[in-house]
Design a protein around this ligand. Structure first.
Ligand SMILES: Cc1ncc(C[n+]2csc(CCOP(=O)(O)OP(=O)(O)O)c2C)c(N)n1
Ligand SMILES: [Mg+2]
Length: 330
């Protein structure tokens, strides 16, 4: 697929957006504005940019993406449902997408394609496959489901059952495995006997491919193809290999279980920097503009959070209202 200069620059915007999203999350957690255990996306921005590009491209072509973004997909989440309802929800405000009751992990908006997640990792792929099956039954041919899981979550037994059912009934679903090599403090070598988790698709007769998740262009190209196959009755799996720079969540001291010497050489592996280098070499961007574009994206995110700050929070009665809790947040 030959991408136009406009498309390459669109990806440039999204990769900067993803980086700024992570930086601002860290800032607002450390300043006490966002509460809870947040899983930072740092290092996984190439994947975010490629997925967002695919989402936007699908929308232009009248295709609806339904997905349950995984913990580190904050940039994708906000593009899926809109930045302001996303930021307000993160700040626990009534104007948030779920009235300030869901927190990051349980955000849901089926109308906008944000499917419910679960605190228990494993069953969500099954729910996703069921949703895709319903789409097929209802003749909704312009919709597809992305089931996004990490290497750890995709190693659960329920995940295999979901792949089997999806393949058997040829539902429009793409299984996405974000392989960052770690499930909390557990390395992928201790949870999987194979190097490429895409091999698992073969057990259900599905196509499985492994893609460099640091390269947003490769992600976009792989996902456009994966969507096409899935919507044509060939559910399939795409594994994206990425690097988790930090601990499992902010506050997790990964030094005690992981060799972090790679952090001294981030210049070599930083997906944002590498994408910048690519566009610089192509003459599409100029060195002196890089900081400005970063700052533009940062200003958009910062404004959303600042606007959200002064909005009202739900009352205790609202938070505890079971109709709201189970009606909005999963
Ligand atoms: C069934 C189950 N076991 C354990 C947990 C605790 N837990 C939450 S996130 C996580 C690690 C997930 O790792 P992975 O799927 O690789 O995603 P990543 O955090 O690397 O993005 C674990 C073990 C859980 N939520 N559910
Ligand atoms: Mg992982």
């Amino acid at each position: 697929m030959n991408l136009s200069n406009e498309q390459l620059l669109e990806i440039y915007e999204y990769i900067n957006y993803a980086r700024c999203m992570g930086e601002r999350l860290e800032y607002f957690i450390k300043t006490g504005k966002i509460l809870g255990a947040i899983h930072l996306p740092k290092g996984q921005e190439g994947l975010q940019a490629g997925l967002i590009m695919t989402l936007m491209d699908a929308r232009k072509n009248g295709i609806k993406i339904n997905t349950n973004p995984h913990t580190r997909d904050q940039a994708l989440m906000s593009k899926l449902i809109g930045l302001q309802p996303y930021a307000d929800e993160m700040l626990c405000k009534t104007s948030g997408i779920n009235g300030g009751t869901s927190g990051e992990y349980h955000m849901t908006c089926v109308e906008k394609g944000f499917l419910p997640a679960q605190g228990v990792l494993g069953p969500v792929w099954g729910q996703n496959a069921g949703y895709a099956w319903a789409l097929k039954d209802q003749g909704k041919t312009n919709e597809v489901v992305w089931g996004i899981y990490g290497d750890g979550a995709s190693s659960r037994g329920d995940a295999w059952e979901a792949m089997n059912i999806a393949a058997l009934f040829k539902v429009p679903m793409v299984f996405i495995v974000v392989n960052n090599g770690w499930a909390m403090a557990n390395p992928v070598e201790k949870e999987a006997p194979v190097q490429d988790l895409s091999l698992r698709a073969q057990g259900s007769g599905m196509r499985g491919i492994t893609v460099d998740g640091n390269d947003p262009i490769a992600v976009f190209e792989a996902m456009v193809e994966a969507n096409k196959l899935a919507m044509g009755g060939e559910p399939n799996l795409v594994e994206f290999k990425v690097t988790r720079w930090g601990g499992h969540f902010l506050g997790d001291n990964q030094e005690v279980y992981r060799d972090t010497s790679f952090l001294k050489h981030l210049d070599e592996i930083d997906p944002v920097l590498n994408y910048h280098k690519k566009l610089l070499a192509m003459g599409l961007v100029k060195q002196e503009d890089l900081q400005r574009v970063h700052d533009e994206q940062d200003a958009i995110i910062l404004k959303a959070y600042e606007d959200g700050m002064n909005k009202p929070a739900p009352t205790v009665a609202e938070i505890c209202d079971p109709n709201k809790v189970y009606g909005g947040a999963y």
